[in-house]
Design a protein around this ligand. Sequence first.
Ligand SMILES: [Zn+2]
Length: 106
Amino acid sequence: MTEPNEEMSEVSRLRFDCPHCGSYMKVRTSKTHHPEYRTLYLHCTNEFGCGYRVKSELTLIETLAPSYHPNPAVNIQLSPWLKRHAKLEDEGQIRLILDARKEAKK
Ligand SMILES: [Zn+2]
């Protein structure tokens, strides 16, 4: 697994700053098109001084830890770290608890 950088470790929730004025942007509405994909509509909180609004996309791209309750309809690729460790486990070299991942393959 790649080491999270400092910026990633500080992020506890999704936050966007306005690219124009630097104020915090709020998600006003969102639409779910697929379990792995969502469209977000963001508004700058500096409503009268800036007023910027933007459409954005949020996509789940890589599994870092498998779910204990996997949805068979969801197929998000495993991270390189997880793939390496799953391969080592399959070869009997290490033991991980990846039962959920194996269940998801069935
Ligand atoms: Zn702004």
